[in-house]
Design a protein around this ligand. Structure first.
Ligand SMILES: [Fe+2]
Ligand SMILES: [Fe+2]
Length: 307
């Protein structure tokens, strides 16, 4: 069992989409290559009656799989497992980025705090991978995650203010602290909603959240590309503009947002590969490229469910 190691390891190749079905107390896995991480991700317990009809899927591509609830699922347990798998990873990586972008002895203090958060969320990710969540315990688990997320969002807000005021001189933009705080708060809000048994997604809320997130991702990409990558920088900035327009004026139907998200998935997938293989010049860490790619997949999935 090496799920601690797998969290930062590239996913196994050869499966474009894994589907894990749990039915009648047995785990049916859509591929033979399925590793221990997926079994533990589902808290595989063959005898647990609550495992019936519970399911999540994972999408491959890039460095790590993207965990999502099964299409059409309204099961609060499945949604909780999927979001804990997805967002605890993202929270852990935010801290990893902060650590990377807080170099030198003068930033040792905030860097140590960021390292602590990185450990907290790596631990929570391990817990959800190992847990067997069901109707009886998922609310407690969600609460334990929310208790980690809240001080983390406070930390991000505080760091944003410090950076913006010039008191903190890290390489993390105030906007990046803000962006990651917004994701933390949304994560906590969704878990709270699942704990009330509600898995619905409001179209306007989802569109408002994801358009600003996608717009900012495009801006981050634009500002981390090598200045020589002019065409890509222009494209990223245009993409950002498009999302920001939609954020200001959320379209009445979700079609245009879904289309824009699909486009940015293609863009990020190509960017991630180009960065990893040295075809695109940038200071975008491959982990960051893959991080924003997975969030775009999550955006597309939520918009698909939204009503
Ligand atoms: Fe993120
Ligand atoms: Fe993000």
């Amino acid at each position: 069992m090496n799920s601690q190691k797998t969290q930062d390891a590239p996913s196994r190749e050869g499966i474009t989409r894994r589907k894990v079905l749990i039915a009648g107390g047995s785990t049916l896995v859509g591929a033979t290559l399925l590793g221990s991480v997926f079994e533990t991700a589902l808290g595989q317990t063959k005898d647990s009656p609550n495992m019936q009809h519970r399911g999540i899927t994972s999408k491959d591509g890039g460095m790590k799989p993207t965990f999502l609830p099964e299409a059409g699922s309204t099961d609060a347990v499945a949604h909780s497992v999927a979001d804990n798998l997805f967002w605890n990873e993202q929270m852990m990586e935010h801290a990893k980025f902060f650590v990377m972008l807080m170099p030198g002895p003068e930033l040792a203090g905030p860097r140590r705090q960021a390292e602590q958060f990185q450990q907290n969320f790596a631990g929570q990710l391990e817990k959800v991978r190992a847990a067997s969540l069901d109707q009886g315990n998922y609310k407690n688990f969600n609460r334990s995650t929310i208790e980690l997320v809240k001080p983390y969002a406070d930390f991000k807000h505080k760091m944003r203010d410090e950076q913006a005021a010039g008191r903190l001189q890290s390489l993390v933009w105030a906007t990046f602290f803000e962006h990651t705080a917004r994701e933390a708060e949304r994560f906590a809000k969704r878990l709270d909603q699942f704990s009330r048994g509600d898995t619905s997604i409001n179209m306007e809320e989802a569109a408002e959240f994801w358009t600003i997130i996608m717009g900012e991702h495009a801006d981050f990409i634009a500002h981390l590309l090598d200045p020589e990558e002019n065409a890509l920088i222009q494209k990223a900035m245009q993409t950002s503009q498009g999302f920001r327009q939609m954020h200001k004026n959320v379209p009445s139907s979700k079609g245009p947002v879904e289309k824009a998200v699909d486009d940015i998935i293609d863009f990020k997938t190509a960017a991630e590969k180009g960065i990893r293989t040295g075809k695109i010049r940038s200071i975008i860490h491959p982990t960051l490229a893959d991080h924003v790619r997975r969030e775009a997949l999550k955006a597309a999935d939520e918009l698909r469910r939204a009503a």
